[in-house]
Structure formats: C-alpha cells, structure tokens
Design a protein around this ligand. Structure first.
Ligand code: SF4
Length: 256
C-alpha cells in the first residue's frame, strides 16, 4: 500500500490482498500483473506467490494479507483510499470472511472515503447483504466495453452510498448505457507499450450520456505510450466531476 497515489481520482492505495487472474478484455494489459513481476524480482514480500501462468503471472497469485488490515486505521488525516490497486477484492479465492473484515475496517475508519472497484460483480452482488455498508464506502465496477454492461445491474443491487463506473480502459462504445442509480463515471484510455486506441466518439458519447443524466463525469486521460501522452483535455476542458455526497471531500475540493 502507499499513503499517496498517482491515480488522478484517489489519494492513497491500500492492498489487503494482492494478485489476481485476468477475466475480461480490460485485463489484457493489466498494469498490476506486470508490476507484480517486478516487485517479486525485487524481493517484495507481498509478491512472492505466483499465479497461474495462463491468467496471472509471477508474484501475482492471489494472497491475503491479514497484517495489512489495520493500516487505514493508523492514518489519521482523512483521505480517499483506493482499495486493492493490485488485486480484485471479490476474486473467488479471497475468503468471504476476509472481505467482511475489509469492510469492517472501512466502517471503523470513518475519517476516510474508500473506493472499491471490481470486475467480479456477480460475487459482489451475492455478498452485498452480508457486508456492513458504511457511508464512507464507494463501490464501483469496471465497464470497458459492451460485454461488461451486465456488471452495472449487479452494482445496482449494492446498497453503497456511491455507486460508480470505471470505464477504463474504454475499449468500445457503451451506447445507451443505463445510468439509473449510478453516481459517478470515470473514463480513460489505455496506456503502455501495447495500448489499444480509444475512439474519441466513445468517450464523447459517454460524457454526453452523463451530462443528460446529471451524473458527474471524470475524464482521466486519453492514454497512449505513457499515461500522460495524450493529456486529459476533452473538447477543450478538463472533466473532474466527483460524486455528490454529504461527507467532506478533500479530493473534490482540490480538483473541482
Ligand atoms: S481484474 Fe483488475 S487486477 Fe485483476 S487481472 Fe483484471 S485488470 Fe488486473
């Protein structure tokens, strides 16, 4: 974990689990998978378990870190915390009791706002009733193309105070996406050596749908060889929309 993050829409990362397996097109160039291999080679203790080479890789086997659970409790200053930048909390190999422990810690740290993002939306929906949904938990699903749209229906079944979509890397049009009960949309292109191009029409269409539905829209980046290659201006301006909540939002104050 790190108590400062380079991700534009959060402030810190916390990884009570590490490792994952690719599940859909959005995973093809998973940055965490590549980073885990480097961390393993550097001897980082959290990244010594290998995953299945067909879907995962060196240092990226799913691993639960009970000793990392208490970390956010020790951070006094309020911050937005991205949960599991190096994993997917709802992966089938993360025990339900551990997911409940993570939610327990989030409830016990009301000074922070936690942002949880998953591609395993079916398990999320299945477990939702067994989790304590404190009002500092924002829950999101990744929606990279039309095949991922059913994840949004799963998300709607979750009683989180903020439900959000991460449309990054945006790999196809999301024409007509239903934004009912969705509070925030993040979009962005892919970066890295093998990045896939995002058609501007896809992101403009999504921005327009958000505007029509009065859903805050955050445009993270165009993508390219590096995350900053294409900048983050869309039709002449920065789109830094953040969800409207009654909780104090230090990040919103600094970016809006
Ligand atoms: S779900 Fe996320 S962490 Fe897991 S392989 Fe896909 S992109 Fe990587």
């Amino acid at each position: 974990m790190a108590d400062r993050s380079a991700i534009e829409w959060t402030e810190a990362t916390w990884n009570p689990t590490t490792g994952c397996d690719r599940v859909s097109a959005g995973c093809d160039n998973c940055y965490a998978l590549a980073l885990a291999a480097r961390l393993k080679a550097m001897g980082s203790p959290k990244y010594q378990q290998d995953g299945d080479p067909r879907t995962s890789g060196p240092g990226f086997g799913v691993t639960v870190h009970a000793d990392a659970l208490s970390i956010p409790l020790r951070w006094r200053a309020p911050r937005h915390v991205f949960v599991n930048s190096m994993s997917d909390l709802f992966h089938a190999r993360v025990p339900t009791t551990f997911i409940q422990d993570v939610f327990g810690v989030m409830a016990a740290a009301p000074q922070h706002t936690f942002q949880v993002l998953t591609k395993r939306s079916r398990r999320l929906a299945r477990l939702a009733d067994t989790l304590p949904w404190s009002d500092n938990v924002w829950m999101g699903v990744s929606v990279e193309d039309g095949a991922a749209l059913p994840r949004i229906d799963d998300l709607r079944r979750v009683p989180a105070v903020v439900r959000f979509l991460s449309c990054e890397p945006l790999l196809g049009p999301l024409t007509g996406v239903d934004l009912d009960d969705i509070d925030w949309v993040i979009a962005g292109g892919e970066s890295g050596r093998h990045h896939r191009r995002m058609d501007p029409a896809w992101v403009i269409e999504l921005r327009d749908l958000c505007t029509e539905a009065a859903v805050p829209f955050f445009f993270k980046q165009w993508g390219g060889r590096t995350p900053k290659s294409g900048g983050r201006t869309l039709e002449g301006r920065i789109w830094d929309g953040m969800p409207v909540t009654t909780r104090p939002s230090p990040l919103a104050a600094s970016t809006m």
